[in-house]
Design a binder for this molecule. Structure first.
Ligand code: NM2
Length: 545
């Protein structure tokens, strides 16, 4: 055990912060809930606009970088090959960035929009039906993936180009903060990021565990109670602990490969045996609706709520702001991970790859799984919305799957997929948490360190589940992510500063501003100057005509 490698101040502060939040929540659950909800409405109510501006700015900025000079910088040495093939890379990226939540929301998000649509549209109306399958894709689409990609720029740049073997957020803002990174400010940045990530992962667990429990109930008849949920959580921890222990290549790769094939199989099955034409058409039409309304959706905040006869729907805070916040808390983590697997690619490939493959994956899940349920609803085969309101979203998800042929097998496969998805997210989260509390990461973070964070990650959701309030945790995580918004600003600035400095200092660099010396051109090309002078003179006379 090499204790010297550990950055103890960060390690201990992160642990203390985690305990300082979860112990009072566990001891005073009622008061805790009130405080967390107040903090949540304060942040999303007052700063919602900041989240939306951030989402749009992140997207615009990345597109700009991808096609600028900085986008052509290679992450690695001149002759270095890509460490992972593109398919493997895309699958790992997707499996790390997306957890079991896509199974949950992909199946059921439309039902929420169906009965509670945006823009003052009436719930259940024809217009609401059109927005229902589109909004989910938007919330998991290119803007969301852009939020994920942003931190991978500085991190990958410092790791592969400046060759600093530290997978740390604070290290990635050194060009801006300078020596201040070595003071407690640097530790604070890392701790806030770790806290946000633990919160975000808690949200994933809060949604995923009851859904898996419902699947297990359908298969085995075991009641979806506290004991079942605890076993599920521990099982997922055990899976990711084992894979964490076996290292990045074997652990995450094997699991995400299984994940990929299982997901492809389930999606293909639903697509083929389900209403194929309806699924294709609705997905395609939804894409058009999003493209047509991209800015409307990206900026809609209900400023006139409760004034001048407008009624408040709460939609922006409950959905778009919540989602951007949730992607945000995961972003530095996914950024670290994407950076780690992108050796040998250019920055442009990394940016476009993440946004395109990520969005494509989301479109497949939402388009196929969501529209299968929507079809059941619209044809009157199964009233998904009614059933969801009577029971729960997770019960509705499993009931939708129950309408497929070979329902028993499909529910089992879906449940296994959810378990692996949960395990891969935790696998990579523990990898990153461990990396952040190390002074240096040579190939992998230390094993005991990874295991420690694997179990710690489970601790808070487990305690809160016993207290009976995973929802509070979900809300808390979003509040925990607020400081990450500022860290993201620093990360972006830092990337531009460092890469521009290096570009300017590189051999053969030419400044992007082109100065045209007209006299020199005319001297060098006399025949052209003659032609030009005749055309100029003819131009000169035009107005007199
Ligand atoms: N995001 C993609 O639970 C998960 O699927 C992990 C969730 C941020 C909404 C990520």
């Amino acid at each position: 055990m090499n204790k010297k490698l550990i950055d103890w101040p960060t390690f201990i502060s992160a642990l203390i912060l985690l305990l300082a939040v979860s112990i009072p929540l566990a001891v005073f659950p009622k008061a805790g809930k009130v405080i967390v909800n107040m903090a949540n409405s304060f942040v999303t109510g007052n700063f919602g606009v900041m989240y939306l501006i951030f989402g749009l700015a992140a997207f615009a900025f990345l597109i700009f970088v991808a096609f600028s000079k900085n986008g052509h910088i290679k992450l690695g040495d001149k002759h270095e090959d890509r460490e992972f093939g593109t398919i493997s890379w895309a699958a790992m990226l997707f499996a790390a960035g997306i957890g079991s939540s896509i199974l949950y929301w992909g199946m059921i998000e439309w039902a929420h929009y169906y009965q509670g649509p945006p823009f003052g549209i009436e719930g259940g109306s024809k217009e609401a039906i059109q927005w229902a399958p589109a909004y989910g894709i938007f919330h998991w689409g290119p803007m969301a993936w852009a939020i994920y990609t942003l931190p991978s720029l500085p991190i990958a740049y410092f790791y592969y180009v400046r060759k600093k073997p530290v997978l740390k957020i604070s290290e990635a803002v050194r060009p801006v903060l300078g020596k201040a990174v070595d003071t407690p400010l640097g530790n604070l940045i890392d701790v806030l990021f770790m806290f946000g990530l633990m919160g975000g992962a808690g949200t994933t667990l809060a949604l995923g565990t009851p859904m898996i429990a419902q699947g297990v109930n359908e298969i085995t008849g075991l009641p979806p109670n506290l004991a079942t949920k605890t076993v599920i959580m521990l099982l997922c921890t055990a899976i990711f602990a084992v894979s964490a222990y076996s290292g990045l290549r074997r652990g995450i790769k094997v699991l995400s490969d299984i994940n990929l094939w299982l997901a492809i199989f389930i999606l293909a099955f639903i697509f083929v045996v389900g209403p194929t034409v309806f699924i294709s058409e609705t997905t395609f039409t939804s894409l058009g609706l999003i493209l047509n309304n991209f800015f409307k959706m990206a900026t809609w905040l209900e400023p006139f709520a409760n004034v001048g006869g407008f009624t408040e729907t709460g939609f922006p805070e409950a959905w778009t702001v919540f989602y951007w916040a949730w992607w945000l808390v995961y972003a530095p983590f996914v950024g670290l991970f994407v950076a780690r697997i992108s050796r040998g690619r250019t920055i442009q490939e990394m940016i476009l790859g993440t946004i395109i493959y990520g969005t494509l994956g989301s479109v497949l899940f939402f388009g196929i799984m969501g529209n299968y349920g929507l079809h059941l609803q619209l044809t009157g085969t199964f009233d998904v919305v009614g059933y969801m309101n009577e029971t729960s979203a997770q019960a509705a998800i499993i009931a939708i799957l129950g309408h497929l042929p070979m329902a028993g097998i499909m529910v089992s496969l879906f449940t296994i997929l959810a378990i692996i998805f949960l395990a891969t997210t935790f696998d990579s989260s523990s990898y990153i948490l461990a990396a952040v509390v190390q002074k240096e990461v040579q190939r992998e973070p230390l094993r005991w360190n990874r295991l420690f964070w694997a179990f710690t990650l489970c601790l808070m959701p487990l305690v809160l589940m016993y207290v009976g309030d995973l929802k509070t945790l979900q809300t808390a995580s979003i509040v925990a992510g607020f400081p990450v918004l500022f860290i993201m600003g620093l990360l972006t600035w830092s990337f531009m500063k460092a890469s521009n400095e290096d570009l300017r200092a590189s051999k053969g660099y030419e400044p992007p501003t082109i100065y045209i010396n007209r006299r020199e051109i005319l001297q060098r090309t006399p025949e052209r100057s003659q032609k030009q002078s005749t055309s100029e003179s003819s131009e000169d006379v035009t107005p007199d005509k």
